[in-house]
Design a protein around this ligand. Structure first.
Ligand SMILES: NC(=O)c1ccc[n+]([C@@H]2O[C@H](COP(=O)([O-])OP(=O)(O)OC[C@H]3O[C@@H](n4cnc5c(N)ncnc54)[C@H](O)[C@@H]3O)[C@@H](O)[C@H]2O)c1
Length: 241
């Protein structure tokens, strides 16, 4: 058990990658707050995971969480920013500004607000480990989905910025770039869109949420004590090409 005694907050923790991260962190002994927009808990096998309703784009929700953490346990050790949306596939010529704003609010501003809360709480008090879930589409180009690509690219450089800013103060910040992973987000997409990504994935298969969670547990814990600003693809080789 490598994370016994740590307090972790995981956004997007209701399902998919975020849920797998919450379960994997709890499996290593962490106490976990899984945060998401749904009113009620999906139910977790581990008693170490508590569900909390939180909209990552809401300053008020983050302030309320900060107040809760300040009271008990007075700190946060691990933050995993996994909440994300990809509702529009539109390109530069046809993206609606409202859709653009919605995606940036969750995928980019949501990460900023999470990092702001955690760093403000732990600055000068470290250690703190932040793991942001970006995407292969933050690093390489693909067709369409300009708002999603923009938001995920921003998360990569926000990660690097925070890593350098806080490196000397006990706060590590890293990001993971998932390739095609078997979750609701891709299940609702057109099959031909997923097939196109799969066809270009050297390992020739879709990834599993627990394969992302394994990277999160590594980066969150002390085995990664000299790693900050790393951008780790877990993508079956997609971005190696
Ligand atoms: N599945 C993939 O192939 C893939 C690939 C690359 C990156 N990602 C990223 O991984 C992360 C997790 O995605 P997933 O595949 O598990 O999708 P998912 O849709 O299964 O899970 C995303 C979760 O985020 C939550 N969420 C959405 N808006 C929120 C908000 N405003 N506040 C709090 N929670 C919110 C959703 O309710 C959901 O539980 C996302 O950031 C996504 O962009 C996924």
């Amino acid at each position: 058990m490598k994370l016994t005694g740590r307090l972790a907050v995981v956004t997007g923790g209701y399902r998919g990658i975020g849920r797998a991260c919450a379960e994997a962190l709890a499996g290593e002994g962490a106490r976990v707050i899984a945060a998401d927009i749904f009113p009620d808990s999906p139910g977790y096998a581990s008693d170490a995971i508590a569900y909390r309703k939180l909209d990552v784009g809401s300053e008020g929700d983050w302030q309320a969480l900060s107040d809760t953490l300040a009271a008990d346990p007075g700190r946060i050790d691990i933050l995993v920013c996994a909440a994300g949306i990809a509702p529009t596939k539109a390109s530069a010529h046809d993206v609606a500004l409202a859709d653009w704003d919605d995606i940036l609010r969750v995928n980019q501003t949501g990460v900023l607000l999470g990092m702001r809360m955690a760093t403000a709480m732990m600055l000068g008090r470290g250690p703190l480990s932040i793991v942001n879930i970006s995407s292969i589409w933050g690093q390489v180009g693909g067709s369409g989905q300009i708002a999603y690509h923009a938001s995920k690219g921003a998360v990569i450089n926000m990660t690097r910025n925070a890593a350098v800013t806080y490196a000397s103060r006990g706060i590590r910040v890293n990001a993971i770039l998932p390739g095609l992973i078997d979750t609701d987000m891709v299940r609702v997409q057109k099959p031909e869109m997923n097939a196109a990504t799969l066809a270009l994935t050297p390992m020739g298969r879709i990834g599993l949420p627990r394969e992302i969670a394994a990277g999160v547990v590594f980066l969150a814990g002390d085995d990664a004590s000299f790693i900050t600003g790393a951008i780790l693809p877990i993508d079956g080789g997609y971005t190696a090409q």
